[in-house]
Ligand binder design. Structure first.
Ligand SMILES: [Zn+2]
Ligand SMILES: [Zn+2]
Length: 120
């Protein structure tokens, strides 16, 4: 009787872990696919190897490169000049190399062009 209880408990724990594990992998895959990440399937496979390290790595990698459009609140990549969803201006483009620049940056970090205040 005691053995039965523990084996049932064991099965339940394994089951819960499996659900989390597969859920993690599936969630990563769907989230990556949603963002048109071309490595979505690889992220999903990575999620099968371990739990929860791939999830943490995935969140750091993708969320670190993301911000919210202040106009439509959708996720956009950090280096986008214009929101692809609503066309809202997210920053300015360097007039020399076209790279993304925050409004208040005085130097382009890509080509080192200097901007005077109010320039561009
Ligand atoms: Zn937007
Ligand atoms: Zn530049």
């Amino acid at each position: 009787m005691k053995l039965d209880f523990f084996s049932i408990l064991g099965v339940i724990i394994v089951f819960i872990v499996l659900v989390f594990w597969l859920g993690q992998s599936l969630w990563i895959y769907l989230d990556a696919r949603n963002k048109n990440n071309r490595f979505a399937i690889l992220w999903g496979i990575l999620g099968l190897f371990n739990c929860p390290i791939p999830l943490i790595v995935y969140l750091i990698v993708t969320r670190g490169n993301e911000k919210k459009c202040p106009n439509c609140k959708k996720a956009v990549e950090r280096n986008m000049v214009i929101c692809p969803h609503c066309g809202y201006s997210l920053g300015k483009a360097c007039k020399s190399c076209g790279a993304f620049m925050e409004e208040d940056w005085e130097y382009c970090p890509h080509c080192s062009t200097k901007y005077e205040k109010g320039d561009n």
